[in-house]
Design a protein around this ligand. Sequence first.
Ligand SMILES: Cc1ncc(COP(=O)(O)O)c(C=O)c1O
Length: 401
Amino acid sequence: MRRVYLDNAATSWPKSSAACEAAMAFVRDCGATAGRGVYTSGQVADRWLSNARRNLARLIGANNPQGLAICCSGTHALNAALHGVLHPGDRVVTTAIEHNSVLRPLNRLVEQLGIELVIAPCDAWGIVDIEQAAALVDSRTALLVVGHASNVTGAVQDLKRWSQLASQASARLLVDASQTLGYLPISVERDGIDMLAAAGHKGLRAMPGTGFLYASPDLHVAFQPLMSGGTGLQSETLDAGVTWPACVEVGNLNMAGVVSMAVAAEEAQNQLSRSPEPTSQPWLPPFQRLLEGLRGQVGLSIAGHPTGAGAPVHVPLVSVLVDDWDVHDFAAVLDTHFGIEARAGWHCAALVHQSLSPGVGDRSGGTSQLGYSGTLRLSTGHSTSIEEIEYTLDAFRQILG
Ligand SMILES: Cc1ncc(COP(=O)(O)O)c(C=O)c1O
């Protein structure tokens, strides 16, 4: 049976061939680690690490490549950021659209560090009203944390307004760009972003086990490490007092991942410079066809995808609910009968579901015979074809009539 992969929001497939080939060649022909030996192959590894920092910095509009620390996932980058800058008593304002990799560490830091956590609500599209968020920000607010795009609805937040809010409050802004990196342009300098965390294995199409954290230079000196260990620096002391980015990059790096991010970031940059507008991205037409087809399909409702003027910019993912079906059962039929791989459930985002479209409310409110068990999420990627979308829509018609 054919395979139609529609879970690119979890991790993309296929990955960039150039990134995979470069990573494979590095492991096969070099294999040394960075920041340790000064022998020849160690220098090759060092150069790849520099290339990765430089290309990722360019992709996110950062002037200083040294602001980039390599991580092993979006989750790692977010945890490093939160532990890096928060202190007891800090107030943190985040949003209901966040992934659990933001909400869970913050929730733990309430217990562990005594931070105060406040959560701004979102509307049925997954958009956070900036005025409502502003009402939660006060003089004790040290950090605002916002996801650039929801991994459940795909809606994109207006980062300029978030950075205005942060600077008015003299607070820092941490952006989770895990769902937008490689799909939409972003610039930390232009948009006034203090920290940006992202996965490398989603829209960027680098290898699994990749991510990074950007932090503006004024945050580096006092940055608190999440972990301690070998860094290749000051090895004769037990005092870990290491500097950025080594304080995030403890231990041997995933060099295959570093190489793949260097190559994938350059590819993504080239692509985005060819078509800088969100509406001219090559991944958009198949996704729009999917949305249009799902809207015309009887027996299902779309969560959080409005049309027409004023509709928010989005990334290529959509959540649906299927009448009289548990979404897990529906996903299983798509997979076993049609080879269509889509994801059912809560998508590691505990809070956003409460705000989705009326259909979601009805189900979670118990008016349906079936309890709410999350959404069916279909996420296209850079390689999804219109033909795959037509096949998918035909599968929906065969199942639902
Ligand atoms: C919005 C968002 N943030 C963070 C993450 C965590 O990324 P990773 O899976 O690389 O840890 C995800 C992953 O699904 C995500 O969708």
